[in-house]
Design a protein around this ligand. Structure first.
Ligand code: SAM
Length: 216
């Protein structure tokens, strides 16, 4: 049986690098961050699997490739302040925290907020990440503007509040589409103009909130 570190090395090589993830900082972050601290105890041996895993409350920790693709799409250099919508386990926030100066992560389910805070503290990765409870479809105005925004739940559209709270220049990544499948959109704000490209197809749990889906 391989060790968890060997599983992490294999994940980076086979799931990320071979599928086209090139940002060395993203690859390093995902090699180093102990993903097993962010999954349920019974899933620790499976922590580096090529799939989403259940984290309770009907939610999932995102597939590693999708986390890497989203992080790479933001092209973070280090000094940024990032809003992470849909904290879940806290793993994606931890990856963003390794790539940026500060991360504000927002989650609507209070129990997951507590769980993510505990996961981040246990992994020793809570120094530049704050986790707040609330409706992230409205962003988090008190800490705005953000150089980058990452949304890890699917929305029927790009919530206008997020575009308002995105700095110019700034980049936002969000799954947009129907409830069953979506496009991963990379939205760039620059010189007052908004441009959008599609990075991939994807399948996320719904963004439930005032500017997302109104029912679960
Ligand atoms: N990024 C997470 C990780 O690494 O574990 C996984 C995110 S999971 C796919 C999506 C999360 O978004 C769920 O925890 C869900 O409760 C949360 N969510 C859904 N709608 C939300 C909203 N309006 N505001 C904040 N969080 C929301």
């Amino acid at each position: 049986m391989s060790t968890l570190h060997e599983a992490a090395v294999e994940m980076v090589e086979k799931q990320l690098r071979r599928r086209g993830i090139r940002d060395q900082r993203v690859l390093n972050a995902m090699l180093i961050i102990a993903r097993e601290e962010f999954v349920a105890t019974q899933d620790r041996d499976n922590a580096y699997a090529d799939a989403p895993l259940p984290i309770g409350y009907g939610q999932t920790i995102t597939q590693p490739y999708m986390t890497a693709l989203m992080a790479e799409s933001l092209a973070l250099q280090g000094p940024e302040k990032v809003l992470d919508v849909g904290t879940g386990s806290g793993y994606h926030a931890a990856v963003l925290g390794a790539l940026a100066r500060q991360v504000v992560s927002i989650e609507r389910i209070p129990e997951l907020v507590e769980q993510a805070r505990a996961n981040l503290a246990r992994a020793g990765l809570d120094t530049n990440i704050i986790v707040v409870c609330g409706d992230g479809s409205l962003g988090y105005p008190p800490e705005s503007p953000y150089d980058a925004i990452s949304v890890a739940a699917a929305s029927p559209w790009t919530p206008p509040a997020l575009l308002v709270q995105l700095r110019d220049p700034g980049t936002l990544v969000i799954p947009v589409g129907g409830r069953d499948d979506q496009d991963l959109r990379v939205v760039r704000k620059e010189n007052g103009k908004i441009t959008t490209r599609v990075a991939s197809g994807c399948r996320f749990v719904p963004l439930v909130g005032r500017e997302g889906w109104t029912d679960e």
